[in-house]
Design a protein around this ligand. Sequence first.
Ligand code: NAD
Length: 498
Amino acid sequence: MREIGHFIGGKPVAGKSGRTSNVYNPATGEVQATVALASVEEIRAAVENAKAAQPKWAATNPQRRARVFFKFVELLNKHMDELATMLSKEHGKTVEDSKGDIIRGLEVCEFVCGIPHLQKGEFTEGAGPAIDMYSIRQPVGVGAGITPFNFPAMIPMWMFAPAIACGNAFILKPSERDPSLPIRLAELMIEAGLPAGILNVVNGDKAAVDAILTDPDIAAVSFVGSTPIARYVYGTAAMNGKRAQCFGGAKNHMIIMPDADLDQAVNALMGAGYGSAGERCMAVSVAVPVGEETANRLVEKLVPKIESLRIGPYTDDKADLGPLVTKDAYNRVNGLIDRGVEEGAKLVVDGRGFKLQGYEDGYFVGGTLFDHVKPEMDIYKTEIFGPVLSVVRAKNYEEALDLPMKHEYGNGVAIYTRDGDAARDFASRINIGMIGVNVPIPVPLAYHSFGGWKASSFGDLNQHGTDSIKFWTRTKTITARWPSGIKDGAEFVMPTMK
Ligand code: NAD
């Protein structure tokens, strides 16, 4: 059986802890590899490598650092098919969807090719008599990233691209469920010219995460995953004096106004609700049609489309979606569908018991639709993270707006309407981080920043965009006065510009 180890000091390294975890093929349920789970000592070894390599990398001029990313982008494009297939084989999503995962990460690498400009400081000439004042942005040192299973390419690149471009060394702790791709990305970074020790990938579970959170040489931690772990990582990192940004779960609503183009809204719901089997933090899991007539027409149009979804393994290039990632995820999603029925929601399309010939042990769940879901139900409150869409009917716009406003999570939200006034009011009043107006999954592009509000995010700086440059650097402000501006004698009063 293939054992996936770590990538430390510029090369693959076998695990030494003696602890491993299984990596499955979600389409068949077969164990296809094991992954090493790092011990505290192995995290330490990675940090030591990173710490030793970082000063020279930080002193490398920003144009040269950018060139590594120009080359890396080229390599990602060259190896796109291989990388996407590797990703799909462990995650389960379709190969085309895996390409989307990689390309969204690649776009962050393109963004950081601008690091010579992005990391520039500020300068004020003549802030006082012969005084110049300037601020520079220096790397934090060694940074770490802890990532979820659902985007094993994009999310590691959200983190390591800006961190490394800014002159930091990086420890990536990817999800143990699909660990092959992050290691391959590190190999390609070396091929692109990154010095050894600047990007280390250490596989592991809670023990590895705890070792990162308490390591005295790690200055900043970026986390993406479920809300309880995000909250834990944020608190523990802060207690240990680290800078942290932690992104959690979601329950994204789409409001459908009576004036919306219903066919467009239905197509958007199909892609955003069922694409990637609903395993996206920006998936739409709640549809809120406004008015009974909109609701009836919406459900009527959704049903045949959900029933004809093509579900298949990643080798089926016509599949719309694949299986869930693990047996646990499969059991959890089926359990939540049972719970929705018990709670009295109307199960309009039932995806339980979906079987695919030849893939009977795969973790497939069919597209599922609940209607008449109420805010007090567990299936409304919980992030299901599966191909399950809930319809919550609202009488009017205010009632529709109130639903996402009162929900625990605040990652993304969308409104479908032709009414500019309604869209503007919605974007202005809603307490959610990313808003789509006739856009179902409003994931900002690499040069803007990604992040939710409420229980979807802990910390104040977002992923990618200019926020990421701020997160991975520290500001230093220098005030320099030249002898021609220095008066004789000591000054005891607080200097001001009076
Ligand atoms: P997860 O929280 O189970 O795991 C995330 C990471 O935390 C993994 O690397 C895992 O090894 C580690 N981890 C797991 N349990 C831990 C523990 N007890 N202590 C310390 N570390 C632990 O999340 P997942 O199932 O891999 O990913 C799905 C979740 O991620 C969903 O909730 C989804 O909404 C969320 N997500 C959020 C965003 C966002 O940007 N807000 C993006 C993608 C995914």
